[in-house]
Design a protein around this ligand. Structure first.
Ligand code: IFM
Length: 450
């Protein structure tokens, strides 16, 4: 472990993350309403394996065992999301008490196990009833999200202190409304831009609602961020990389840190409608920024698409989902967010890798994932040494789960899920993580004793 544990401060939180639709299953149980993913998965061809998340990891029924696993791994914190249609089946109006009770039980059990819950309000499962009314493309979604946030903060805010409003608004906007590879499967760039704007407004409204209910709340957001590098030394590629950076990173970071939309991007998007003035005076007032990092983007100029920029697949090492392994970009990204935006606190809210894991003699050996994690934790430690206020790190993901358009074909877990039996097996990477966390605890104890 090369003393990796000693490179994190004593208070550092080692966690793992999941999302409701990817693990819970029980898609229509106990009064839950349908979400856009329940609907999307039923469209022929939407999911490469033809699966749905109807059962996923059956976490809705197996949560005591799953909290037991977290305890066994020694996690300090667990990032989960709440399914909006499980607690408000039609998105607005009547509350489903049985759905809320599920999250109350889960959170109580986490706290009993000494695991700090970090709760995401929106990890992509919009109530289908809201989609019928226009979904994120409709302004109506903003007060609806604020009312949902108010309900959750009122009912769970005595026990949950750490909140993320949205997971990866960029993916919600573009995968959901431009490429259409995610629910609701819309393919229209203008809609995607409008959705990104509503997401930012909804973030702010929800943050205000949470803070109004709980003075101790610590509110952030989880953003998918990546350095964007030009494919060649040409000026055209440098500019294309800058546009990609504007769309992926700055379009969200700048407004959240009170700077409004980046001017270069607002000018580029003008033909597609930007209500930039609505963000005047906007300050996302984040207590922390959550960074979801998987890979950098390598970009070249192109004659097509609104950004006139294409992603290039660089040579080198890749994971089973085809993403480049590039830990130094992770360090660069963390340092950049700190130096350019000065967030009070930062968390890695997701980082991890998909590999084609197999069970052999009842064990899952995943040396490539262990190596991936070692290199990325090392990059995070280097960022901390450079002054980044990084407070915790959530591995994506606790257990193999429903990987959206890839179904269950991509395994990111540090715990293996056998989807036929629902048996969980801690992988070698899970054992590696358990050892890292235990060593970190011991080194903290030693430091305190000195
Ligand atoms: O599984 C997803 C997660 O829901 C959001 N961030 C990326 C992960 C891997 O694709």
């Amino acid at each position: 472990m090369s003393e990796l544990d000693r490179r994190f401060p004593a208070s550092f939180l080692f966690g793992a993350a999941t999302a409701a639709y990817q693990i819970e299953g029980a898609h229509d149980e106990d009064g839950k309403g349908p979400s856009i993913w329940d609907e999307f998965c039923r469209r022929p061809g939407a999911i490469s394996t033809g699966e749905t998340g109807d059962v996923a990891c059956d976490h809705y029924h197996r949560w005591p065992e799953d909290v037991g696993l977290m305890r066994e791994l020694g996690l300090d914190a667990y990032r989960l999301s709440i399914s909006w249609p499980r607690v408000i089946p039609f998105g607005t109006g009547a509350v489903n008490e049985r759905g809320l009770a599920f999250y109350e039980r889960l959170i109580d059990e986490l706290l009993r196990a000494g695991i700090r819950p970090f709760v995401t309000l929106y990890h992509w499962d919009l109530p289908q009833a809201l989609q019928v009314r226009g979904g994120w493309a409709s302004r109506e979604v903003v007060p609806a999200f604020a009312a949902y946030a108010d309900l959750i903060a009122r009912r769970l805010g005595d026990r949950v202190k750490d909140w993320m409003t949205l997971n990866e608004p960029e993916v919600v906007a573009y995968a959901g409304h431009h490429s259409g590879v995610h629910a609701p499967g819309i393919r229209d760039f203008r809609t995607a831009i409008l959705v990104s704007h509503h997401l930012l407004l909804a973030h702010r409204a929800a943050a205000d609602a949470i803070r109004a209910r709980s003075s101790e709340a610590h509110v952030g957001i989880a953003l998918n961020l990546s350095p964007c590098d030009p494919a060649t030394a040409s000026e055209a590629d440098a500019q294309a990389a800058r546009r990609m950076d504007g769309s992926l990173n700055r379009w969200f970071l700048d407004p959240l840190f009170g700077r409004g939309y980046p001017q270069d991007m607002a000018a580029l998007y003008l033909p597609y409608f930007v209500r930039a003035r609505e963000l005047e005076g906007y300050d996302g007032s984040l207590d922390f920024v959550g960074v979801n990092y998987y890979a950098r983007r390598v970009v070249r100029a192109s004659g097509e698409g609104p950004l006139l920029a294409d992603r290039v697949d660089p040579p080198g090492e890749h994971t089973a989902i085809g993403w480049e392994v590039h830990p130094d970009s992770f360090r660069r990204l963390l340092v950049r967010v700190h130096q350019e935006y000065h967030p009070r606190e930062m968390y890695v809210t997701e980082n991890g890798a998909a590999y084609d894991d197999v069970v052999v003699n009842d064990r899952v050996d995943d040396p490539a994932r262990v190596r991936f994690l070692e290199r990325h934790f090392t990059a995070a430690a280097e960022a901390i040494a450079a002054g980044v206020p990084l407070r915790g790190y959530f591995i994506w993901t606790l257990m193999d789960n429903f990987e959206w358009a890839h179904g269950t074909s991509k395994r990111f877990g540090i715990v293996h899920t056998d989807y036929l039996t629902q048996r969980r097996r801690v992988k070698a990477s899970g054992e590696w993580y358990r050892a890292l966390i235990a060593a970190h605890r011991d080194s903290g104890v030693e430091a305190a004793a000195q």
